[in-house]
Design a protein around this ligand. Structure first.
Ligand code: SF4
Length: 376
């Protein structure tokens, strides 16, 4: 049987999450669930399914000890529903402790190597990306945002780590890729381990929330943490993994590269609602058949919209599932309801984001000054 293929730069197709966990040594999140006093929708709906050393983060929360949450975005465009998922996790874990600091990288080096986007173009998109995440609830008082290309610490780490890897090691993790992508992977390992430097309080637990397809980056960063432990005292980074939602055309990964089958948080609400109305469904060939044997929510992109983002609460998700599987809910009405929720959400989010653009600019300026004062 073929291994599950994980391509952090392309479209990974993950059919079996349990198998993925076994193959790559990702632990289940389930045993840790009782430790969450107020589980996020990602936890209560089974969207966050896996983890590495998440217990270390929960210990830090319980003991009120400092920890970092590290994430980043490739500024190739505005937020789509996939990037929103990572941001939702980041915001949630930040909310669990006043001792949590978010480090947020604008991955302009990766955007150049993977997508040919110049560093100047990236800078323009970055402000809007930051405003998006503020609108999703990030507390700017405990967040540091930086551009990879301007942060010498991560570039220095990439250089140091490049001595600790061989072409074969990188090939085993990522497959045969252009050198530029290997370089950006090493820069990302630098991003993940930077919060452990002395100027940020020294070695500490770092949580990286990621989509399941990003696991290669986590494995590389953990390898580097082990390899350079004696030099920097690194604690291996922790990770929490979320499932990938289906695109509106039923593919396995939301991507900014295929906008007809997804929508961004910047899309006109009417246009996004229209896309929802033309989405593929898990419905049956006829209404009669659907009433008789029920629809298939498990393979339905519209159901994923409810589950991953837009249902009002967990009971709502369950109701949609049960009504669909029980043949009570028909696809036309179900899509209309989802389209209405999407439209309302986007209207509110866009208004909020617009009002937060000055705060996003301020956060970028403040972070830059802070990082410069911490030595670079
Ligand atoms: S009723 Fe809704 S959830 Fe069920 S298959 Fe149709 S669109 Fe999907």
């Amino acid at each position: 049987m073929d291994r599950e293929q994980l391509d952090p730069w392309g479209s990974s197709s993950i059919k079996d999450y349990a198998r993925l966990q076994t193959e790559f040594g990702i632990d289940s999140i389930e045993p840790l669930l009782p430790r969450f006093k107020k589980p996020s929708p990602h936890l209560s709906r089974g969207i966050d399914f896996g983890q590495r050393d998440l217990g270390r983060i929960l210990d830090a929360i319980d003991d009120s000890k400092p920890f970092a949450i590290m994430s980043g975005i490739k500024p190739t465009g505005v937020f789509h529903l996939g990037t929103k998922m990572t941001a939702d996790d980041m915001v949630y874990f930040q909310s669990l402790s006043k001792k949590a600091t978010v480090f947020y990288a604008i991955a302009d080096v990766e955007a150049y190597n993977d997508n040919g986007i110049t560093l100047n173009e990236s800078a323009k998109i970055a402000v809007q990306n930051v405003a998006d995440i503020l609108a999703l609830g990030l507390d700017p008082e405990r967040a540091i945002v930086y551009k990879q290309s301007e942060e010498m610490r991560v570039m220095r780490f990439a250089t140091i780590f490049s001595r600790g890897v061989t072409n074969n090691m990188l090939k085993a993790i990522y497959g045969d890729r252009p050198i530029g992508l290997y370089v950006s992977a090493l820069v990302q390992a630098g991003d993940i381990l930077m919060p452990e430097l002395p100027e940020f309080g020294g070695p500490k637990p770092v949580l990286v929330p990621v989509g399941a397809d990003q696991d290669p980056h986590i494995r590389l960063a953990r390898d580097m943490a082990a390899k350079y432990h004696d030099d920097f005292g690194f604690i291996p980074p922790s990770a929490v993994y979320h499932k990938l939602m289906l695109t509106l055309s039923g593919d396995s990964k939301m991507s900014k590269r295929n906008l007809s089958s997804s929508f961004t948080l910047d899309e006109s609400p009417a246009s996004a609602a229209k896309k929802v109305m033309s989405a593929l469904t898990g419905g049956r060939a006829t209404v009669e058949e659907q009433r008789r044997i029920g629809g298939q929510p498990d393979i339905c992109p519209v159901y994923d919209l409810y589950k991953f983002h837009f249902a009002t609460d967990d009971l709502h998700v369950k109701r949609v599932y049960d009504e669909c599987a029980g043949g009570v809910r028909m696809c036309g009405e179900c899509k209309s309801e989802a389209a209405g929720l999407v439209k309302k959400y986007l209207e509110q989010h866009q208004k909020k984001r617009e009002s937060l653009m000055p705060d996003a600019r301020e956060l970028l300026v403040r972070s830059k000054a802070y990082l410069a004062s911490a030595g670079n």
